[in-house]
Ligand binder design. Structure first.
Ligand code: ZN
Length: 427
């Protein structure tokens, strides 16, 4: 996993947060990682490589030979804005069969129009008397949200308004409304009886494969770059850091890939949940440390909050801070906001810059225009939960939250290289 082709494969293998966690878990277990069950008693020692999966969230770490004296973490998120299937989705009008959807996160709604869409997520089915949850994915073209013809709205190119309840209902067939049809479709795809389907977390995904783009192959066109680029870079960096350990290192390298960032991180698996503090405390305990050792380790910890950054848009350059233009393929973007919408401060920023220097990777600095609101990410949430140093960093991209996003083709590798130095314990 060290080339842009690996990144494209990773994205296409991960249409939902559950698949992203599964893709990372499969890659890490292939590299000697052991899956820990949160319900078990953990016992850990030097050299142990482990991971924990809770829904669409994954945390992985490796205990260094020198033991646990702190943590070096890279946080990212597995979810992306999209459309999700309602619990009673079968609907339709005017001779069409349609599926009711909800908008998840801050999606650019127009970007979902006129695309061939598949379905993915997880489905819980009856297994005897108990529920069994299965990953679910169909890559055949199943759904489409057709745009209204221009002849029926001559003003559409001046102002497109899409009501999410009314205008985003995908078509998936013809005929009268088929009550229960979606559940029967799931049952057939999963090879279970019709009455076995109990519930689902299923969403739509764009079926166009991710690709390198441009006359000089300088760009990547793909869905979910926000934030699967960071998940890929973090995973790549963790493996590289473990395989090339720095003998000076005494911190535990950790990656934490959270679900639910796009809807505010407040869930049982989001960055605002107990999962990261709990796992980190259990690592200390499983290595023989007490609660004092846990708090001492936290005081010696630092986290890179890895998430997409806004490249300066050539057609809207006035929307960007004129003295902080961000260029693609010019290295990771350190994101700064004095009102702490990003958690970066002078200390954490300096430490990331030194890691970049060690890796021979350039870096850039982003601030939003002072007269525009600034986005946020898991950085401030993690800082508030753990009280550790955080630096918000990411790969520059355009069209953030579109069904199809754009980034540089060398930036993901530069980011992974910088994160490797960071996780190895430098500086
Ligand atoms: Zn993001």
């Amino acid at each position: 996993m060290s080339s842009v082709r690996d990144l494209l494969r990773f994205i296409d293998a991960s249409p939902s947060p559950y698949h992203a966690a599964e893709t990372v878990a499969a890659h890490l277990t292939g590299g000697g990682f052991r899956v820990l069950d949160e319900r078990d008693t953990w016992s850990l020692g030097p050299g142990d490589r482990c991971l924990v999966v809770r829904g669409g969230t994954l945390i992985a770490f490796a205990v260094p030979a020198a033991g646990v004296s702190g943590f070096r973490m890279v946080g990212a998120h597995t979810d992306s804005p999209n459309l999700r299937i309602k619990p009673r989705p079968d609907t339709g009008r005017a001779g069409y069969r349609q599926l009711g959807v909800e908008v998840y996160g801050g999606a650019l709604r127009n970007s979902w129009l006129d695309r061939d869409l598949g379905l993915s997520g997880r489905v819980t089915v009856r297994n005897g008397g108990s529920p069994e949850t299965r990953l679910f994915r169909v890559d055949r073209p199943l759904l489409r949200i057709p745009q209204l013809a221009i002849h029926l709205d001559r003003t559409v190119n001046d102002s497109l308004t899409l009501n999410p309840q009314q205008h985003l209902v995908p078509v998936w067939g013809l005929g009268a409304v088929d009550e229960g049809g979606f559940a029967r479709f799931l049952a057939k795809e999963l090879g279970v009886s019709d009455d076995a389907v109990l519930a689902w977390d299923v969403m739509v995904h764009d079926l166009t494969p991710s690709t390198v783009l441009g006359a000089d192959a300088a760009l990547v066109s793909a869905p979910r770059l926000d934030n699967l680029v960071s998940c890929w870079a973090a995973t790549t960096a963790l493996i590289d850091a473990i395989n090339h350990p720095d003998p000076r290192a005494d911190a535990v390298p950790v990656i934490c890939l959270f679900d639910h960032e796009e809807i505010g991180s407040e869930s049982a698996t989001g960055a605002a949940s107990t999962i990261l503090p709990t796992v980190v405390e259990r690592i200390v305990a499983a290595c023989g440390g007490d609660r004092e050792a846990y708090h001492r380790a936290l005081a010696a910890s630092i986290c890179v909050s890895a998430d997409g950054a806004h490249a300066t848009h050539p057609n809207y350059s006035e929307r960007h801070e004129p003295d902080h233009h961000i260029v693609m393929n010019a290295g990771p973007v350190i994101k700064i906001n004095s009102n702490v919408r990003y958690a970066t401060d002078a200390i954490s920023s300096a430490r990331f810059k030194l890691a970049c220097e060690d890796a021979g990777v350039p870096w850039q600095e982003f601030v939003a225009r002072t007269d525009m609101a600034c986005g946020s990410t898991i950085g401030p949430v993690t800082a508030a939960r753990l009280g550790i140093q955080i630096v918000d960093v990411g790969v520059a991209q355009l069209a953030m939250h579109s069904a199809r996003e754009l980034c540089g083709s060398t930036d993901p590798i530069l980011f992974a290289t910088a994160l490797t130095s960071f996780l190895r314990g430098i500086p």
